[in-house]
Design a protein around this ligand. Structure first.
Ligand code: ADP
Length: 334
């Protein structure tokens, strides 16, 4: 189940915690983000203050939650966790904010899904460390100002474009997380194999890395599935042939596309002649939520050079036609 917030609670999500990097030094990849963040945090520590509010943006599974935990850790602060969809009413947020202690890091995952009234309360809290709580209804309603302890908001979003301007403007630093390259994912896998006590040969690590959709969470998930296969069908050692055999059982192809990626590509090419077609139409065609197609599938298919975004909609590139074993029409994008 690959919904936008998949893997957060329970199941593999819990295991994820043992694999999370604990410090910036342990965090693999994203060198620019790490350098920028390190400066922000060191400067704040030097001044003895709280760092500016930080926005982390990028597709799921790239390490936003891990970075939020690292930020709190590096500041010696407590991390409070909530999410946009959980903050339906302004009162939910007011309760959260009024419990903060000076220096706390408040992590709001999927911050683009926060409800309007809570968002407006958040503006004031971010800017002035104050909230106005409205008590009562109608003409008798009064607004009670409350102080909030100075805190750092860390927001995570898979769609920074969906954030309103005023909210985006209140972050002092935005980190754009990129997909990981294969070498970085190999390092993630080697580290995870060490933590989980898995014997993995280097060429097997490289193979799993190249099929992980540029995403550490997926790399770790595939590693566990390959381990299952190695334990059940062999002697537990993850070799290249074992990795290949396991990945084919789990329907991960050579480019790392999974079932949904392939369904989207096939719909675009076979169903819509290569486009252009809108993302919600594509989502209906494959029976998925538009948000999942737009925030999970599409970014990777774009990065893999299979889909191009045009003002008129999504278009399949020549590579997409070839990937499906078809001849691209004359004039297909390269
Ligand atoms: P997001 O919040 O962006 O969806 P997470 O922070 O939950 O992503 O990361 C998912 C998992 O991927 C983590 O539990 C961790 O095991 C792994 N991971 C993410 N980034 C890294 C990294 N830079 N180095 C090592 N492992 C990572």
């Amino acid at each position: 189940n690959r919904t936008v917030n998949a893997g957060r609670i329970g199941g593999d999500g819990d295991l994820d915690n043992s694999l999370r990097p604990r410090s910036l030094g342990e965090f693999i990849g994203q060198p620019r983000v790490c350098e920028q963040l390190d400066l922000v945090l060191q400067a704040a520590r030097g001044r003895g203050g709280t760092p500016d509010h930080i926005l982390l943006s990028g597709p799921p599974g790239l390490g936003k939650t891990s970075l939020a935990m690292i930020i709190a850790g590096e500041m010696g602060a407590a991390l409070r966790v909530t999410s946009g969809p959980a903050l339906e009413r302004a009162g939910d947020l007011a309760a959260m904010l009024s419990n903060l202690v000076e220096g706390d890091v408040l992590f709001i995952d999927e911050i683009h899904r926060i409800a309007r009234p809570a968002e407006e309360m958040l503006y004031l809290a971010m800017e002035d460390f104050r909230v106005d709580v409205v008590v009562g209804k109608g003409p008798g309603a009064t607004s009670i100002p409350l102080d909030v302890a100075p805190f750092t908001l860390v927001g995570a979003t898979t769609r920074s474009g969906a954030l309103t301007g005023p909210l985006r403007d209140r972050f002092g630093f935005t980190a754009h997380m990129e997909f990981y390259d294969t070498g970085e994912l190999e390092r993630v896998l080697t580290r995870s194999a060490g933590i989980l006590g898995i014997t993995m040969q280097p060429d097997a690590g490289a193979e799993i890395a190249s099929r992980s959709r540029g995403t550490p969470r997926i790399a770790n998930r595939l590693l566990r599935r390959v381990r299952d296969y190695a334990e059940v069908r062999a002697d537990g050692i993850v070799t290249l042939p074992i990795a290949r055999a396991a990945l084919s059982v789990y329907d991960v192809d050579e480019l790392g596309f999974d079932r949904l990626d392939r369904a989207v590509l096939a719909a675009l090419v076979r169903g819509f002649g290569g486009g252009p077609v809108g993302v919600s139409t594509l989502a209906v065609a494959v029976g998925e939520e538009p948000a999942t197609v737009e925030e999970v599938c599409e970014p990777f298919l774009v990065r893999a050079g299979m889909i191009a975004r045009t003002p008129r909609g999504r278009v399949a590139t020549a590579a997409a036609w070839h990937h499906l074993g078809l001849t691209p029409p004359a004039g297909a994008l390269n």
